[in-house]
Write a protein that binds this ligand. Structure first.
Ligand SMILES: [Zn+2]
Length: 310
């Protein structure tokens, strides 16, 4: 049930969305790679092995102006952890992810009285769901149920389902969260240049289906750069006044000398941020390839708009 503190946060967070645009943080994976995360390594293990680095990344986004930071738990669902051979550590990895975000906020709040929030990140299992693939709906549900319980009991302010392509899978994740938590939940899918997910799902279907299934907000993240996602969220906004989130990559990545390059500059992301504000997107952040510099430039636009300066 909705306990006192949880109810307060639920109200505070959802109410704030009516009052101003909130800044979400940027990429965690990109930053972990900068600190030495290897390809094929489980990023969530760093919550245990390199807590200071994870906390430092959170702190750098708070300093850049983020109102919301995402836990380093994107892949901490049962099926993904199973692949890394550490499913038994699921509760610990999620709990520790929330703890590090909370500590970063507490440290930052020593000098500031602003409202800051933690979003519990839940990403896809990476498995292909039946009937197209081998993953059974029931096992996928259980994988999300475990993660939802762990994040809820660790004290996140809301849940963000992000980077989903398959509508059936995000529906299962949403159901698992709704049945195991009273926290607000945002559901975000990943769209490419065709303005559909790789499963062919449109922005309109995403909005209609996921609000009907009880999401408090809908979003578009990852996949493509700021321009494609602008077109996606504009189509979403055309059919709903409810809360929307956008979190684009820093452009469409390409390979150069075996390195993945994200081409969008902080300035370019800031220009798109103005466009998102104009169509009243409630939460704006960055996905793969974005850094504290990107979020700083974007946050400046958002703060100015919130202060009525533009
Ligand atoms: Zn991404």
């Amino acid at each position: 049930m909705l306990e006192g503190k949880e109810r307060e946060i639920k109200n505070e967070f959802l109410e704030l969305l009516n009052q101003r645009t909130l800044v979400m943080d940027g990429a965690m994976g990109t930053m972990l790679q900068q600190y030495g995360l290897k390809a094929g390594e489980c990023p969530e293990i760093w919550n245990i092995t390199n807590p200071d680095i994870v906390k430092k990344i959170h702190a750098s986004y708070l300093e850049a102006g983020a109102d919301i930071i995402l836990t380093n738990t994107f892949g901490a669902n049962g099926l993904k952890l199973q692949k890394y051979g550490c499913r038994n550590r699921l509760p610990e990895l999620n709990e520790q992810g929330v703890k590090l975000a909370r500590e970063a906020i507490d440290d930052y709040k020593k000098d500031s009285a602003v409202s800051l929030f933690i979003a519990g990140s839940i990403g896809p299992t990476g498995e292909i769901l039946e009937p197209c693939g081998p993953a059974k709906k029931e096992e996928v549900f259980v994988a999300y149920q475990e993660q939802a319980k762990a994040l809820d009991s660790s004290g996140v302010d809301f849940i963000l389902l992000e980077t989903f392509y398959n509508l059936d899978e995000i529906k299962i994740a949403l159901k698992a969260v709704k049945e195991n938590s009273n926290l607000p939940v945002f559901a975000s899918m990943s769209f490419d240049e065709s303005l559909r997910t790789i499963y062919g799902i449109t922005p309109e279907t995403t909005v209609e289906t996921l609000f009907q299934d009880g999401a408090d907000g809908i979003g578009a993240n990852c996949g493509s750069g700021p321009d494609a996602l602008y077109k996606v969220v504009a189509r979403m906004r055309a059919i709903t006044n409810a809360p929307l989130l956008v979190k684009p990559n820093a452009g469409v990545p390409y390979l150069e000398n075996n390195k993945v390059i994200y081409p969008a500059t902080p300035q370019e992301m800031a220009e798109y941020t103005e466009k998102y504000i104009q169509i009243k997107i409630n939460i704006i952040g960055g996905c793969c390839g974005t850094t504290p510099e990107h979020i700083k430039a974007m946050a400046r636009k958002i703060k100015n708009a919130n202060d009525g300066l533009v």
